[in-house]
Write a protein that binds this ligand. Structure first.
Ligand code: R1P
Ligand code: URA
Length: 284
């Protein structure tokens, strides 16, 4: 592979910023909180002591400032792993590619990525309005099959692959796990679990409004395979972090208990609780 990237491959805006995130290298900190919802960005940055950078393009909103003397960024990814593909590659480009010369830097820089999201639980004992940290993740979205050299195996993945009954989806599965080092920061979370990431919110997560999902036992089957909760980004964040040499961890606020049919009575209150809980742990 040539070291110098063509204009069509590493696309930049007129001011030299990366194409979708609209950011320059100096706009981000080493610690980055990733949220799905663009409205959550200001809800997080209001706890910062200072905010120097506010930039956005499409669903990607970024605020960078300081908290307790340390630089920190919060950024929205929008929904889904296709957006995570963009976020991860462009964040990595900001630190590991010389954007002016379009050449790879010789010294690698690692980012610390903290996803702070929402999810639904498929274990009936996991109660709404609590935090669940993702230890293992299974991706049913298929993104990583487009990348070379991505293979991951552990006890969770071996058991899951052996018993997963949906043959049509099976070739699309991939696995990853958290950064052990960042996991230490969240060791007092109420729940630790195995997350499944899906390419949709409705039938892909077993929801049936007017259309039928793959079968009526989807939630029970996934729970029996050791899955605790469902959401739409973590598989790609964990897997691309491993490939690109970054650290990542997800904590989600459980807003739905799918097995009991319950939804949070006040998810805004538990979102606020999650934000302060995360900030207290990632910057002491
Ligand atoms: C679906 O409502 C969205 O909420 C969850 C899912 O992963 C998906 O992005 O996370 P966020 O609240 O971070 O967006
Ligand atoms: N986000 C999801 O993707 N699923 C849920 O059930 C709740 C939040």
């Amino acid at each position: 592979m040539l070291n110098k990237l063509a204009a069509s491959e590493l696309v930049l805006n007129e001011d030299g910023s990366v194409y979708h995130l609209n950011l320059l290298p100096e706009d981000i900190a080493e610690k980055i909180i990733l949220v799905g919802d663009p409205d959550r960005v200001a809800k997080v940055s209001k706890y910062f002591d200072t905010v120097e950078i506010k930039k956005n393009k499409r669903e990607f909103y970024t605020h960078t400032g300081t908290l307790r003397g340390e630089r920190i960024t919060v950024m929205s990814t929008g929904i889904g792993t296709e957006n995570i593909d963009i976020v991860m590659n462009e964040l990595d480009a900001l630190v590991n590619i010389d954007l002016k010369n379009k050449e790879f830097k010789t010294k690698h820089s690692a980012l610390q990525l903290f996803r702070m999201g929402t999810c639904g639980s498929v274990n009936s004992d996991v109660q709404v309005d609590n935090m669940l940290v993702t230890q293992n993740v299974v991706g049913l979205d298929g993104l990583m099959h487009f990348y070379q050299d991505y293979e991951f195996e552990n006890e969770f993945s071996r058991n899951f692959l052996e018993k997963f009954p949906y043959q049509k989806i099976k070739p699309m599965l991939y696995f990853a796990d958290w950064s052990e080092e960042l996991g230490e920061l969240y060791k007092d979370a109420k729940y630790h679990g195995n997350t499944a990431t899906f390419p949709g919110f409705y039938a892909p997560q077993g929801r049936q409004l007017r259309l039928k999902a793959i079968d009526d036992k989807f939630l029970e089957t996934l729970n029996d395979l050791g899955v605790t909760n469902f959401e739409m980004e973590t598989s790609a964040i964990y897997a691309l972090s491993k490939l690109l040499g970054h650290q990542a961890i997800t904590v989600n606020n459980v807003i739905a208990n799918r097995r009991r049919g319950e939804f949070s009575a006040d998810h805004h209150a538990s979102e606020k609780n999650l934000i302060t809980w995360v900030l207290d742990r990632i910057i002491k």
